[in-house]
Design a protein around this ligand. Structure first.
Ligand SMILES: Nc1ncnc2c1ncn2[C@@H]1O[C@H](COP(=O)(O)OP(=O)(O)OP(=O)(O)O)[C@@H](O)[C@H]1O
Ligand SMILES: [Mg+2]
Length: 240
């Protein structure tokens, strides 16, 4: 099993888009694998992509908040999607308030890592909100690798360093395993991606280009075209 968390403190850099299409790329490359996508963002864009036609009651009942508050076991809230091998644990806008009430529970972060590792999936991909909050810590602490989308702005680089600090903190408290972090250039043109390479950061080789077609696919809840899915497949191979 590999657990991948997508995190950045900058909003709108393509975290959710990367979470979604990395999951689909892994499913396409490794058709026998089972993939779980987890929404830890109260803005629930990942949930909206996969479950936009599902009833609110189902989404509420299976939401990650039910697990975090101890109402349900994690395996009982795993929800099917229209993709045979892709499952989701959804979130609702209530997650943020729930998480604030839970912040004192330090054991939860450790338990979440353990509970995910007991599930029967090949890949778990976690989408997180762009803030230093419990949800971000839960996702990062549970992961094997953190992918951090970075666009072309010095503020994004600064935000990346803060994510790096969370990873370092988690690694200090982990007895088994080590969390890696890999910045991924997203929504950039080829020219700008070269500029980013001049920085003292080792990026993933793959970069996700700025593309209207990617934007409209994700906004409409559709899969990518062959041409665009290649980028996510390359990234999937890189982190395998
Ligand atoms: N490669 C891309 N090229 C152009 N537009 C993109 C690309 N990826 C995502 N977008 C668009 O950018 C917007 C933000 O993307 P996304 O929701 O994935 O970012 P995010 O980092 O998850 O945002 P938030 O911080 O609000 O959760 C969306 O409207 C999406 O359609
Ligand atoms: Mg998002």
């Amino acid at each position: 099993m590999k657990i991948i968390t997508v995190s950045s403190l900058k909003g709108g850099v393509g975290k959710t888009t990367l979470s979604i299409y990395l999951g689909q790329a892994l499913s396409k490359l490794y058709p026998k694998s089972k993939i779980l996508q987890i929404d830890l963002d109260h803005n629930n864009n990942l949930t909206d992509y996969y479950l936009r036609d599902e009833p609110v009651d189902l989404i509420e009942g299976n939401s990650i908040a039910k697990y975090l508050t101890g109402v349900k076991d994690i395996d009982s809230i795993i929800t099917s999607t229209a993709f045979k091998n892709i499952f989701i644990i959804p979130a609702t806008p209530k997650l943020s308030k729930t998480a604030v009430g839970l912040s004192w529970d330090a054991g939860l972060i450790t338990r979440f890592r353990k509970h995910l590792r007991n599930l029967n999936f090949d890949y778990i991909i976690i989408d997180t909100p762009p803030a230093l909050c419990l949800e971000l810590n839960l996702g990062i602490h549970a992961s094997d690798i953190v992918l951090s989308p970075i666009g072309f702005s010095r503020w994004n680089i600064q935000g990346f360093q803060e994510i790096e600090d969370v990873v370092i903190n988690s690694n200090e408290s982990l007895e088994n395993g080590k969390i890696k972090i890999l910045p991924v250039r997203t929504m950039v043109s080829e020219k700008k991606s070269d500029k980013l390479e001049e920085l003292q950061i080792t990026f993933a080789k793959t970069f996700i280009p700025k593309s209207e077609s990617i934007a409209s696919a994700v906004d409409q809840g559709k899969p990518l075209t062959e041409k665009n899915s290649i980028f996510f497949e390359q990234l999937a191979k890189e982190i395998k």
